[in-house]
Design a protein around this ligand. Structure first.
Ligand code: PMP
Length: 364
């Protein structure tokens, strides 16, 4: 099996599995309990928070969540509710994951002025985001890396530019596809364990010390009241282990991407949808004349797993792809390949051969 769908999810690494199992067996106490078992569990959570903060290279607080969907919701609604008396303008992008896009729709329905910018409309997208923020803007929410094409937004430039114009505007970064791969700058940053070889069901929200968020759910007051509910100690242990096992830099990604690009250049009527300066571990391309699902299942028959995530749904091009300037024809035949550190050059060669065979068989 060759797994090239790592932007969707990754295989849990050995370290994450062992950490979760050992924690479940030996440290299953409730972190809020006052006895020794509780203290041991609490220590695991505290230490996992330190590991995540260190990897983010930040000071501030970490809140563990069920995943980035929850982290994004807490950051967005938490900021809007905390700051609604100060202003009602919010800046975001048209290429966000639904876990940002859908909360933005709800806020718009509630009367917030939500400005959603499309990268295809601007030469310098970061500058466009900065320009859109004014003194009434309470929140700017941008993703660090787009999950469909690997389009990168320079969060340092956005953060610095917005803070210079309006220091009170909260900058939220959906860092899911960038965590452990790129530096992430934001007052709040969300991340997800299952994209970096931890187990599913664990995510985190980073919050800088001076950022105020209101909770979106109420309960036992765990995690400073921002995220009530018994912390999933086993899952936090898996996240800590996965972060520690994730190399500082994976040079392999650019080698794999380069090799795949070379193969694709030799094939006819392939269009690369990922930007040249996109993240190295995601390559999205269109095999013109072969529909995405047809190619996906053909590759699957050979044990190769990719994504057609970008394909049109219900006859309509995904708004994310159209905001990235990708045409209907290209979207229809888009294939997303996303690498992890276990993929090899031989895997890439197998994929290229299978693509060539698929084209011979199915191209109209
Ligand atoms: N944001 C981005 C950019 C993503 O790729 C994903 C997962 N596809 C999410 C948010 C949601 O993460 P989770 O699955 O942890 O809820």
């Amino acid at each position: 099996m060759i797994y090239f769908d790592n932007a969707a999810t990754t295989k849990p690494c050995k370290e994450a599995l062992e950490a979760a199992l050992s924690c479940a067996e030996n440290c299953f106490g409730n972190p809020s309990s006052l006895h020794h078992m509780g203290v041991k569990a609490e220590e695991i959570i505290t230490s996992a928070k330190k590991t995540v903060l260190k990897r983010l290279n930040k000071e501030g607080e970490i809140f563990f969540t069920s995943g980035a969907t929850e982290s994004n919701n807490i950051a967005i609604f938490g900021t809007a509710n905390a700051l609604k008396r100060r202003g009602n303008r919010i800046i975001t992008t048209a290429i966000e994951h639904p876990s940002v896009g859908e909360p933005m729709k709800r806020l718009s329905e509630q009367g917030f002025e939500v400005i959603s910018l499309k990268p295809c409309d601007f030469e310098d997208f970061e500058q466009a985001v900065i320009d859109a923020a004014d003194e009434k803007t309470i929140l700017a929410s941008v993703m660090a890396v787009n999950n469909e094409t690997g389009f990168v937004i320079n969060t340092k430039k956005v953060y610095d530019g917005i803070k210079k114009k309006n220091p009170n505007c909260v900058v939220h970064v959906d860092g899911v596809q960038g965590f452990c791969k790129l530096p992430l700058y934001g007052d709040t940053v969300s991340l997800s364990g299952h994209k970096i070889h931890a187990l599913k069901g664990i995510g985190a929200l980073y919050k800088s010390k001076n950022t105020r968020l209101l909770p979106i759910a109420y309960g036992g007051g765990q995690q400073s009241g921002l995220r009530s509910g018994t912390e999933p100690v086993e899952l936090t242990a898996s996240l800590k282990a996965a972060v520690e096992a994730y190399p500082e830099a994976v040079t392999k990604f650019s080698e794999l991407r380069h090799r795949l690009s070379g193969h694709l250049e030799r094939l006819d009527r392939i269009i690369i949808n990922s930007p040249e300066n996109g993240i190295d571990n995601i390559l999205n391309f269109s095999v013109i004349g072969v529909r995405s699902e047809i190619m996906l299942h053909f590759l699957e028959e050979r044990g190769i797993y990719v994504s057609s995530g970008s394909a049109c749904s219900k006859g309509k091009i995904s708004p994310v792809l159209s905001a990235l300037g990708i045409s209907r024809e290209r979207a229809d035949s888009a294939v997303r390949v996303s690498f992890c550190r276990d993929n090899t050059e031989a895997d890439v060669d197998m994929l290229a051969q299978a693509l060539e065979d698929g084209i011979k068989r199915f191209r109209r």
